[in-house]
Design a protein around this ligand. Structure first.
Ligand code: ATP
Ligand code: MG
Length: 273
């Protein structure tokens, strides 16, 4: 397993190369904070806006993938891309039923990545290297859904990304663990990816009715200030249901609060990149 300390020792070439398309990693090592829900619906929002969008599922749970694809149809996934992928990246990309949105899916075998790449000096750079042929071409936006860990998979996402978007769940322990996440981001910025920028923090699973939620929101604002997005994603059953029908919120429940909020978030994100 590569440690964060080791990563900052690696001096990557090319970190300052120009003209990359926007690559946004959605990361928080806390589980169940809305990373996947944000990834799939933001990706769909970008595509609806006419941006050529690639969703890259880097979570072995494959939740983003099953939101768009039948797992039976997936034979080449993010794991294969990162471990063996010498060939054309196009072979790992699948179409979705959303026009303008394509996906590189993941499967449970991605959980083996860390043990597979142990000791490889280029382990944190695998994804960045594999995405190289797409740089500045083909896609306007690449969104990466990451697993609830700060291990090698998330580090690969942060090394390949231009921006990181942090969803934080509106709950009592909302900020627990954010120090570790920010420290990892800083270490990745220190060497492998100096251009990485925190795009912002989005509060998710918010319940406007409770005082606690309002207090937590205030607390998050005190820590992140202007990095907070104005848009807050409230709790909505529709957002929970849509993936089961292999739909984004925009076709599943276009009038819902979730659809509105993710469209607003999409505009805010575009204003910041
Ligand atoms: P993991 O860390 O396991 O990958 P995650 O951070 O990707 O989790 P999600 O899978 O997006 O989190 O969300 C966790 C659960 O909460 C899911 O069942 C999802 O449908 C639900 N959920 C996410 N956002 C909302 C929301 N705004 N309203 C209602 N349910 C939501
Ligand atoms: Mg997830």
């Amino acid at each position: 397993m590569v440690s964060v300390g080791e990563i900052s020792q690696i001096n990557a070439e090319e970190t300052l190369s120009p003209a990359r398309s926007v690559v946004i990693a959605i990361a928080n090592q806390k589980g169940g904070v809305g990373k996947t829900t944000t990834a799939i619906n933001l990706a769909a929002a970008f595509a609806r806006r006419g941006l050529r969008t690639l969703l890259l599922d880097l979570d072995p749970q494959g939740n983003s993938s099953i939101s768009f694809l039948d797992p039976q149809t997936v034979d080449r996934s993010a794991y294969d891309l990162m471990v063996e992928g010498q060939g054309d990246i196009v072979g790992y990309i699948y179409p979705t039923n959303v026009e303008g949105l394509e996906i590189i899916p993941s499967r449970i075998n991605l959980a083996k990545l860390e043990s597979k790449l142990v000791g490889d000096f280029d382990a944190p750079f695998r994804l960045k290297d594999r995405l190289e042929p797409l740089r500045g071409k083909v896609y306007d936006v690449v969104l990466i859904d990451t697993p609830p860990t700060l291990g090698l998979i998330t580090v690969n996402a942060l090394v390949a990304a231009t921006h990181v978007l942090i969803p934080i769940q509106s709950s009592y322990f909302a900020l627990e663990g954010t120090d570790d996440l920010l420290e990892t981001i800083e270490k990745v910025k220190a060497r492998p990816n100096p251009n990485l920028r925190v795009l912002g923090v989005v509060v998710t699973l918010h319940d406007r009715r409770t005082t606690l939620a309002r207090e937590v929101h205030e607390q998050i604002r005190n820590v992140f200030g202007a990095q907070m997005f104005e848009t807050v994603i409230t709790k909505s059953v529709r957002l929970e249901e849509a993936p089961a029908y292999k739909e984004s919120i925009f076709t599943f429940a276009p009038q819902s609060s979730g659809a509105n909020e993710y469209l607003k978030l999409c505009e805010e994100v575009l204003g910041r990149v």
